[in-house]
Design a protein around this ligand. Structure first.
Ligand SMILES: *Cc1c(COP(=O)(O)O)cnc(C)c1O
Ligand code: SF4
Length: 449
């Protein structure tokens, strides 16, 4: 269907024919230096500044030049993915920040207002900060989250930024500079100790931000110890990243790209499974030749690439977009993994889609791909008790219901048991759902302490 041209370009071709692109990034302070914004109305750019005072903003030159079609503003999906839009804040919040910016108010009242608006945006959904941080002999393990039995998440401090920021990011609060909201570890001694003490853990997922913003030497220091015999119980190392979309040069032309691929090769050869959990939102991210070259080079190391990403209004709320995304991924050797529902945080008001609509989009997309593309599970909500999949809508004894199940749960025994919620055409998140059939609680609620 979508032919794969240019896939056989060698690295030499890329480095000689194409200039080696240097990483160049813009944040709020440099927003006026982005040449492409000069063509927009000044009001639009002003609104970006207001919103970017609250939500993180960061975009690099590759995204601006190669992923966004500036002839299609404001509808271009990658523009929506990276540039702040007025309606991402509710009117009251927007007006408050805009008026303070306009009157050039003093720093402390401005900061206080920003803080207040951020606090309204549910900065730590699903109890991330309080509920998932494990402890060792009563001491919290910094930079680690452990929610599901098999898998430990690790947040290295040097990886708590991304090559660009997504406007819908569920981890946005980590990027706002507020230390109290950060989860990150400077070194991995505590992680290793925790893994030694927990032999039931099979997976370590290095995440962020984007861990691949780190230099390879940094990343190696985190990962190499896991290859020693005492961590034999770790079967799978996963790296959560959007670098394949936002900065594919990381795997091709960056000065330590070769070293990175060598590290991947070493991990694969060690007998562990290495998986890049690649964040993709739109098939456009897979179009540039360098993006495809990066995928090919990663696959040649023995690492696998699995894809995941949320369903979002303004970006990908269309079955055809998802079908084409999955189809292209399959051709390129990427395994579709999760379709998420936009979480109840940050700019969710702008991106949320009714649950029933998400399910229809999933279903209409899955119908269009063969079995190898149907490995994408979802649509799934990462809620406090676990990852809840919407299996569908059904009518049972005259009552219209959502059929749900846990893909992952705090209590492993909850997994794969179907349960039912009253159908609600407007619900966009799990906390808006009520048990069906007049029941007082969902089956797992009495156990959720
Ligand atoms: C999604 C998630 C994982 C990984 O779950 P898998 O289903 O194994 O991919 C691990 N920890 C947390 C907190 C998660 O949200
Ligand atoms: S790449 Fe991931 S962590 Fe980074 S801004 Fe996007 S969604 Fe957030």
């Amino acid at each position: 269907m979508h032919s794969i041209e240019n896939i056989a370009i060698s690295v030499e071709d890329l480095t000689t024919k194409n200039e080696v692109e240097r990483f160049k990034v813009y944040t709020l302070n440099q927003i006026d230096q982005i040449p492409q914004l000069a063509q927009l109305e000044s009001q639009t750019v002003w609104a970006m500044k207001v919103v970017a005072s609250v939500l993180p903003f960061r975009v690099n030159d590759y995204v601006i030049k190669h992923l966004i079609n500036w002839e299609n503003i404001p509808n271009d999906p990658i523009y929506q993915l990276t540039f702040p839009q007025k309606d991402m804040l509710d009117k009251a919040s927007y007006d408050l920040i805009a008026s303070l910016l306009l009157e050039n108010s003093n720093r402390s009242s401005f900061d206080a207002a920003v803080k207040e608006v951020r606090a309204r945006l549910n900065p730590h959904p699903a109890g991330q900060l309080e509920r998932n941080i494990p402890s060792l002999s009563g001491v919290p393990v910094t930079g680690v989250q452990h929610k599901y039995r098999e898998t430990v998440l690790f947040f290295p401090s040097a990886g708590q930024v991304c090559h660009s920021y997504c406007t819908f990011c569920f981890r946005w609060a980590q990027f706002t500079g507020d230390q109290s909201l950060k989860i990150a570890a400077k070194e991995n001694a505590q992680l290793l100790e925790y893994l030694r003490a927990n032999p039931q853990v099979t997976d370590v997922l290095i995440t962020g931000g984007d861990p691949l913003v780190m230099k390879t030497s940094n990343l190696r220091a985190y990962l190499e110890p896991l290859l020693t015999p005492e961590f034999e119980h770790i079967h799978t190392i996963r790296i959560g990243t959007k670098a394949l979309s936002f900065w594919p040069q990381r795997f091709v032309t960056d000065s330590d790209a070769g070293e990175l691929l060598d590290l991947f090769r070493r991990i694969s050869k060690s007998g562990k499974h290495l998986a890049l959990m690649a964040h993709y939102n739109h098939w456009k991210e897979l179009e540039p030749a360098i993006a495809r070259e990066a995928i090919q080079r990663v696959r040649q190391t023995g690492a696998q690439i699995r894809s995941q990403g949320p369903l979002l209004a303004h970006i990908n709320d269309s079955a055809d977009v998802w079908a084409r995304l999955w189809q292209t991924q399959i051709q390129l050797g990427i395994a579709p993994y999760y379709m998420f529902i936009e979480r109840d945080t940050g700019a969710r008001r702008y991106f949320e889609v009714p649950l029933v609509r998400s399910w229809e989009i999933y279903r209409d997309a899955v119908k269009q791909v063969s079995g190898v593309g149907r490995t994408a599970r979802g649509p799934s909500m990462s809620a406090d008790p676990g990852k809840v999949e919407i299996c569908g809508v059904a009518e049972i004894r005259g009552e219209k219901v959502f059929v749900l199940r846990f893909i992952q749960a705090r209590n492993p025994d909850w997994v794969q048991r179907p349960f039912f919620a009253k159908f609600d055409p407007n619900a966009t998140w799990f906390d808006q759902l009520k048990p069906a059939f007049g029941e007082a609680a969902f089956f797992f609620e009495e156990n959720l302490s």
